[in-house]
Design a binder for this molecule. Structure first.
Ligand code: NAD
Length: 289
């Protein structure tokens, strides 16, 4: 397929490379010359503008920083620029309200569009092992699925337009809250004189078990290798966790939902990021406890 790819940063770069590996003709656009040069090295064709990239495309994939940029790029250049036979896939993490607005504008112009945010970081983007959670009609999902499958190992239809973003921020709110609770429990266990390896063995087989503990343990030398074993470098940056928690709080506010643990996690990650830890892995919060 002829696929336009917009936003070839840390995540989009690897995703576009996997579309090339799957045999697609990928036409890339990014504001950054460096990102474009890396895309060309991975087999993409560089385009000078969005309209240039989307002209004649059968699919458009975007991986952009936030909702304001997604809305601007789609309303000004993708919708109307790409043929309306193209399927549109926004894989960025953005607010639910903007995802629905952009999806509705695309539908009104005759396009099939999905919001398809991802779980998994830069490593999973490069390896093609992302999880996609997808919002859109059955028809849009059916068209998007094989394209997403070339970039990930799991593709799940979450529901109507906006549902992919809703699933993503609910998942990441759960992750943020369980990581804070896991950090606290490990610190308390230490204060109470427990050996942390022993406590890990107990909690990972007991009701306190969670992904934050057993796949991403926030203390070094305990459980499988995690960013804690690399001085909290790499992994999932605290600034991105804070971004997702803020999106979750905005959605909770709009929906009238009570999320006291989410609010607390947002406040703690806000303080952690403000203290100069934006690039530190989110499990590094344990250092503040
Ligand atoms: P990034 O900053 O590395 O990449 C974003 C790219 O978009 C940059 O190359 C930038 O130049 C480009 N860009 C910005 N405005 C543009 C425009 N108007 N037109 C074309 N290109 C433009 O960010 P990233 O880490 O790749 O994240 C992308 C998205 O993926 C975000 O929504 C993020 O929340 C989400 N995400 C990231 C991770 C992660 O671990 N990095 C994990 C899951 C989801």
């Amino acid at each position: 397929m002829k696929i336009a790819f917009i936003g070839l940063g840390n995540m989009g770069g690897g995703m576009a490379a996997n579309l090339v590996k799957a045999g697609h003709d990928v036409r890339a656009f990014d504001l950054s010359e460096d990102a474009l040069a890396r895309a060309v090295a991975n087999g993409c064709t560089a385009c000078k503008t969005v309209p240039d990239a989307v002209a004649g495309a059968e699919a458009v994939v975007s991986m952009l920083p936030n909702g304001a940029i997604v809305q601007q790029v789609y309303s000004a250049e993708v919708i109307g620029g790409a043929p309306n036979t193209a399927v549109l896939l926004d894989c960025s993490t953005i607010d639910v309200a903007t995802a629905k607005t952009v999806g509705a504008a695309a539908a009104a112009a005759g396009y099939d569009m999905v919001d398809a945010p991802v779980s998994g970081g830069i490593g999973a983007a490069n390896a093609g092992t992302l999880t996609f959670m997808v919002g859109g009609t059955d028809q849009a999902f059916a068209r998007a699925e094989p394209i997403l499958a070339a970039m990930g190992k799991t593709v799940i239809h979450a529901g109507a337009s906006g549902s992919g973003q809703a699933a993503k921020i609910c998942n990441n709110m759960l992750l943020g809250a369980t990581m804070v609770a896991t950090c606290e429990a490990l610190r308390l266990a230490e204060r109470l004189g427990l050996d942390l390896g022993t406590f890990y063995d107990i909690a990972s087989k007991s009701s306190g078990q969670s992904w934050s503990l057993t796949s991403y343990c926030p203390v070094p030398g305990v459980g499988p290798a995690s960013p804690a074993d690399n001085d909290y470098q790499g992994g999932f940056a605290s600034a991105l966790m804070l971004k997702d928690l803020r999106l979750a709080m905005a959605a909770a506010h709009d929906a009238g939902a009570k999320v006291p643990m989410g609010e607390r996690a947002e406040a703690l990650y806000g303080e952690f990021v403000d203290a100069g830890n934006a690039a530190v892995d989110f499990s590094g919060l344990i250092r503040t406890l």
